[in-house]
Design a protein around this ligand. Structure first.
Ligand code: NDP
Length: 335
């Protein structure tokens, strides 16, 4: 028997999640059955999209979490016992069985990880789903083209920080928004974006702040935040701008959604607003990983991680996404 601790959803959050919505439980795992492997997780990710899954039916574009059951999410772990010929003890695997220290699963639910020199946890961030999201959102959905001025919100986060860097290495002017002076400094001094706006300092007058940062307007908006950000981006968009609607984190805990008042601008300026889900663009995974590895080798892409340790701290890491506690990818390291 292997002991494992896991995080279960105890109640559905009303507004911003709190520790009381989660429960830490301990389970004992039997030996893996036929076709199964037993995995000890080393890393798990917390991501904003999980918030919608906590709402129950209709809450998200991903299936809802069930009360009393362990949460699910990306994880990287090591096979510790296998009852399937395709896996051996010591293999590193990716799975959707995050939020737990160890688990048994059918081998078909596990993807062997060949990290090829990158740290395994990078496959939960820069080389994983958030990285692919940045790549497809910017290059295919927003259809980045020469001369475009690019605006990125939540620019110091996992997705945003990669969007900024890809746009920069392709020669574009980039403006990022983020909360707080440290993130603004990170964007301009470490990632080389042309201007960064601390949106908290400009609440209610974000349009003016963004217009000052992008006096000629913008051609591409990579939308991670929603609300006033979307309104301000529409206000400063040039004709034929493309908005890649990736997420709207400011709305995930909002009781009353922010009503964007200037959507009419999209008509006259012929702006294209397109939502997207990274999982619909897995045909770009090979291109993404090839380009990313080359850019990393050339020193053109950096990434940061904000790591908390221990499964018991996973809810706090998740809740922290909504107060901007993370710089770069938010991860939980499991012992
Ligand atoms: P991040 O690493 O960017 O973390 C979330 C960040 O959002 C926080 O650090 C915080 O940064 C910012 N934030 C939180 N609340 C607010 C608020 N009320 N107003 C403004 N900013 C806020 O997360 P990800 O990179 O993983 O995700 C970024 C976005 O991309 C999210 O909207 C997410 O849902 C979306 N997403 C969509 C995918 C898709 O397939 N469509 C896939 C992956 C992510 P700050 O300190 O700057 O406020």
């Amino acid at each position: 028997m292997t002991r494992s601790r896991e995080i279960r959803l105890l109640s559905r959050p009303d507004g911003r999640p709190t520790a009381a919505n989660f429960e830490l439980a301990e389970v004992e795992l039997p030996e893996p059955g036929p076709g199964e492997a037993q995995v000890r997780n080393r890393w798990m990710t917390v991501d904003p999209y999980m918030r919608g899954r906590m709402n129950g039916e209709e809450g998200s574009y991903v299936s809802p979490f069930h009360l009393g059951e362990p949460l699910m999410g990306g994880a990287v772990g090591e096979v510790i016992a296998s009852n399937d010929p395709s896996l051996q003890a010591g293999d590193l695997v990716r799975s959707d069985y995050g939020w737990r220290e160890a688990f048994n699963a059918q081998a078909g639910k596990l993807r062997k990880l060949d990290a090829q020199g990158l740290p395994p946890e990078a496959f939960l961030g820069v080389a994983g789903m958030p990285g692919l999201t940045a790549y497809v959102g910017l290059l295919r959905v927003a259809a980045l083209k020469p001369g475009d001025v690019v605006l990125v919100s939540a620019a110091a986060g996992a997705v945003g920080s990669l969007v900024c860097q890809i746009a920069k290495l392709k020669g574009h002017a980039v403006i990022g928004t983020a909360g707080g002076a440290e993130k603004v400094r990170y964007l301009t001094e470490e990632l080389g974006v042309d201007a960064a706006v601390d949106y908290r300092q400009h609440a209610g007058r974000l349009t003016q702040a963004l217009a000052a940062a992008a006096p000629e307007g913008i051609d591409v908006y990579f939308e991670n935040v929603g609300g006033e950000h979307l309104e301000a981006a529409l206000n400063i968009a040039r004709p034929f701008a493309r908005f890649a609607l990736c997420g709207m984190i400011s709305q995930y805990n909002a009781g009353e959604p922010y009503g964007v008042r200037n959507l009419m601008l999209a008509v006259g300026r012929q702006i294209r607003l397109q939502g997207f889900i990274a999982g619909s663009y897995t045909d770009m995974t090979a291109d993404f990983l090839r380009d990313l590895r080359a850019w990393i080798a050339e020193g053109r892409i950096k990434w940061r991680e904000t790591v908390v340790e221990g499964i018991e701290n996973a809810p706090a890491a998740f809740i922290g996404l909504f107060s901007g506690r993370n710089l770069g990818k938010a991860l939980v390291k499991l012992s």
